[in-house]
Design a protein around this ligand. Structure first.
Ligand code: UGA
Length: 429
């Protein structure tokens, strides 16, 4: 099938490339000409394991191409995906101006029946707005259908999440569009759930918000563990074996970040408010998330008896491992606060350093993990990269000035750390 993917960011690029890999012919569009040039040369502007290889392979096969010309891409395609950003406004609401603009441009290019699919995360009722925008541009109802097909890709794991999803959600109100979407996803062997457009829009916001709440719940439990002397790892393991609860997303830490959970939870709170519901539990999940960072900073102050003039090594900046994404990373708030208190910060992240440099001024960026730890009064762990877990503890101890580690991701066993002579502080244990 012929597909246009409007927006070539994390979501659009991965989704478009994977559709090409499935055998469809995909044109990815972006208004950033530099990015399109880079992509046409087979290189990608982000770090996502395995993606560059697939982009190269499918561009060479001519099943994937890139352009800045929306009109051309829409005219060539039967299915047009909207995968542009929906960043948060100052008040937490989703900014739908990119979706709105792109909808107008799509409308101006429609000449035959086209399925317009919302891929971007949008509040409930956006589908109706997109339909109205297209109709207002003079396109007859019979010439297009709107579909909501939310994405559930995790950064760092996006290709596998696309190829083997737990479920595919398709919100659709017409049989014609339903059949086309079914054909599109036919090569994937996963359950498809067909819903109304509004339900699909809510499924996306509710899923991300539920997972965020799960993390805030376990982070709250980790506080009880600290106060009572229990161990959060044991508690999570004991809870997670209950199939109704499940093991995943029960890792306590410095809270969730990234461009999805914090902003989607805020947008869900806002749209609920607009509809007349006060989503208190979700507001509290956001509060707990923010307090978790403050609590971690308190641990650092206590462990070092103040941070003024202290040299602090930092391992990990990205909001999670296997990505170079710094958006809403907990490291931003934590390190900015420590800097304010006069700490000297030496950081290392395997992938996110270039992005971190743009938003974290006044931090010394190091070329490897030992350089960041060298001569430090304490070492912070803010992202659980695998290479940190495998580190040589003896060597680490020898380079640190003081063997103090404050671990926001619980990557080491406290017993082992004590045996190795570290003063090791972690979360909920
Ligand atoms: C999330 C969802 O998991 C995807 O299903 C969804 O498609 C995506 O948002 C999106 O809306 O685009 P992502 O933001 O890539 O994916 O990252 P996650 O792996 O979900 O992690 C989010 C944050 O939660 C990270 O900061 C991570 O460190 C934190 N987290 C995760 C915890 O603190 N504890 C956990 O147990 C799990």
């Amino acid at each position: 099938m012929k597909i246009a993917m409007i927006g070539s960011g994390y979501v659009g690029l991965t989704t478009g490339t994977c559709f090409a890999e499935l055998g469809h012919k995909v044109i990815c569009v972006d208004n950033n000409a530099e990015k399109i040039e880079l992509l046409n040369s087979g290189k990608i502007p982000i770090f996502e394991p395995g993606l560059e290889k697939l982009v190269k392979k499918n561009t060479q096969k001519k099943s994937l191409s890139f352009t800045t010309d929306i009109s051309f891409a829409v005219k060539e395609s039967e299915v047009v995906f909207i995968a542009v950003g929906t960043p948060p406004k100052e008040n937490g609401e989703a900014d739908l101006s990119f979706v709105e603009n792109v909808s107008k441009e799509i409308a101006n290019a429609i000449t035959k029946y086209t399925v317009v699919v919302e891929k971007s995360t949008v509040p409930v009722e956006t589908g109706e707005k997109v339909a109205k925008t297209i109709e207002n541009a003079g396109i007859k109802k019979e010439l297009f259908d709107i579909v909501s097909n939310p994405e559930f890709l995790r950064e760092g794991n996006a290709i596998e999440d696309f190829m083997k999803p737990d479920r595919i959600v398709i919100g659709v109100n017409s049989n014609k569009a339903k059949e086309i979407m079914q054909k599109l996803y036919a090569p994937i062997n996963s359950p498809i759930i067909f819903t109304s457009i509004k339900s699909a829009e809510i499924i996306k916001h509710a899923s991300n918000s539920f997972l965020a709440t799960k993390i805030s719940f376990i982070n709250s439990v980790s506080r009880i563990c600290e106060l009572s002397g229990a161990n959060i790892d044991e508690v999570s393991a004991g809870m997670g074996l209950d199939k109704r609860i499940g093991k995943s997303f029960l890792n306590a830490g410095i809270g969730y970040g990234g461009f999805c959970f914090p902003k989607d939870a805020d947008a869900f709170i806002k749209i609920s408010e607009k509809l007349g519901y006060d989503f208190k539990i979700l507001k509290e999940a956001q509060n707990v998330n923010s307090n978790q960072k403050t609590h971690f900073i308190k641990k650092i102050h206590e462990s070092l008896s103040g941070v003024f003039g202290k040299k602090i090594g930092v391992w990990g900046l990205a909001f999670k491992p296997n990505t170079d994404d710094m958006r809403f990373a907990p490291s931003i708030d934590i390190l900015s606060e420590l800097k304010k208190y006069g700490a000297k910060l030496y950081a290392f992240d395997p992938q996110a350093q270039n992005n971190a440099k743009k938003i974290l001024p006044g931090i010394n960026f190091c070329t490897d993990l030992f350089e960041a730890a060298k001569g430090a009064d304490a070492l912070l762990i803010l992202t659980e990269w695998d290479e940190f877990k495998k580190t040589d503890l003896k060597k680490l101890k020898s380079v640190l000035k003081n063997p103090v580690i404050i671990d926001g991701r619980n990557i080491f066993d406290p017993k082992k750390m004590a045996e190795n002579g570290f003063n090791y502080v972690s979360i909920g244990r």
